[in-house]
Design a protein around this ligand. Structure first.
Ligand code: CA
Length: 424
């Protein structure tokens, strides 16, 4: 598939510093506000945000069939719902306008000044109104680590795991944008040496490094989406931190799964990197054996080579990278996740969010949660300031970063950060 905006030869007239997540080949969409503007849609380029309301109102996006006011909205849902053909055309037009070889915006000094806003002057907001949220459990390494810790290292994976992408329905209302602080949650905890549960702040607060996709189209209740059709339903991806209170989770999760150990908050990165922008970074997925049922079979490269890392920044001292991994390790791909989710006739909606599950790699430094990195408190991590962590402490900020890179082109996600405040 050839997408004009992905051309690696393109150079923007807007300065893009080396190592930036936002070269002209990325152009992710988000919602921002400034001192002067309410919530409006924008695109990231280098250290700037391009104001799409300004571009649209001043004729730069003419001829693309966009409804009036489509970018002057609190959320991107209505824009995303216009469909892949339209959103791709918009991204291609923005790419042209930002290209060093095109004069229209570059040579219009007044328009340039108004359309480009320095990133430090904007506040990023939640980009979509999240209709529904599902969390999968698609990393074999993560499921194996957790199974080894809590059940049996010899039979770490449950019998269903290699036959279907395990998942559960999560809570959409408590998903927040990067930069939102969260209070340490309280709940019921059953300590091993006590017969009765206690109610107190969690003592095992954790992060989960995940990637999530956002859907752009709905299917009718009763119908299914095939693995081949799945990509038509996906607008793009964000970084996702599925904050987890392990002690609350461990006591509550049998028999129905995660509940209050998860639903106190989840954090996403503000820029939605489009499925189109990630096209050049496709890779073959892991071999799946035993063979999957026909409705989960797929053809082609459906995994993505995206480098991911997690840093912990304590209240005092610099941030320490505690995990480096890659989205390509995921066993189940997004096509299979969506096909499985709808195979029973479940209807998905525009603005749904589907998270991958914790992404762990094969080596200890690539585990995507503190539960695994510190092996449930047995091997505390040392931070750069000399402190140790079994689990998160008040004042810790968890920062997730991610980028894909090939042939000198780096398409990144920015950051997904959140700080833990003391329990209320
Ligand atoms: Ca999770």
């Amino acid at each position: 598939m050839s997408i004009a905006a992905n051309n690696p030869q393109l150079v923007s007239w807007v300065e893009v510093p080396p190592g930036s997540d936002f070269p002209i080949q990325n152009l992710p969409f988000g919602i921002f506000k400034t001192r002067y503007l309410g919530a409006v849609a924008g695109v990231a380029i280098g250290n700037h945000v391009l104001d799409l309301v300004y571009l649209h109102e001043n004729g730069f996006l003419d001829g693309l069939g966009l409804p009036a006011g489509i970018f002057n909205q609190r959320y991107l849902n209505n824009f995303i719902a216009l469909g892949r053909k339209t959103t791709r055309a918009v991204r291609n037009r923005i790419s042209e306008l930002l290209s060093a070889e095109v004069a229209a915006l570059q040579q219009n000094v007044a328009a340039r000044e108004l359309a480009l806003i320095p990133m430090q002057e904007v506040q990023m907001l939640l980009p979509v109104q999240i209709s529904n949220y599902t969390d999968f459990y698609s990393s074999e390494e993560h499921a194996t680590n957790v199974g080894s810790m809590f059940r049996d290292p010899k039979n770490a994976l449950l019998p269903n795991w290699k036959h279907l992408p395990v998942g559960y329905h999560g809570r959409a209302s408590s998903i927040v944008v990067s930069g939102t602080n969260l209070h340490r949650p309280k709940g019921q905890i059953k300590l091993p040496d006590s017969e009765m549960p206690v109610f107190c702040p969690t003592q095992k607060l954790d992060f989960e490094l995940e990637l999530a996709f956002i859907t752009s189209k709905s299917n009718a209740l009763g119908t299914s989406i095939t693995t081949t059709e799945a990509e038509d339903y996906i607008f793009g991806f964000v970084l996702f931190n599925d904050w987890s209170a392990r002690d609350i989770q461990q006591w509550e999760y049998v028999p129905l799964g995660p509940f209050l150990g998860k639903n106190f908050g989840s954090t996403i990165s503000p820029w939605i990197v489009t499925m189109d922008a990630l096209e050049p970074f496709r890779v073959r997925g892991p071999e799946q054996f035993p063979h999957v049922l026909p409705y989960l079979a797929y053809e082609g490269d459906k995994s993505f080579d995206i480098n991911l890392e997690v840093l912990i920044e304590p209240q005092e001292g610099e941030a320490t990278t505690v995990c480096r991994t890659n989205a390509k390790y995921l066993y189940w791909n997004v096509n299979q996740q969506l096909a499985h989710h709808t195979v029973n006739g479940c209807n998905i909606q525009v603005g749904d969010l589907y998270a991958s599950g914790t992404i762990s790699g094969p080596s200890p430094g690539s585990f995507g949660s503190l539960l695994e990195l510190g092996w449930n408190g047995q091997r505390p991590l040392q931070l750069a300031n000399g402190q140790h962590r079994k689990f998160l402490e008040d004042g810790d900020t968890v920062i997730i970063k991610g980028y894909a890179e090939r042939n000198g082109i780096r398409v990144g996600f920015g950051t997904c950060a959140g700080k833990i405040l003391p329990a209320l």
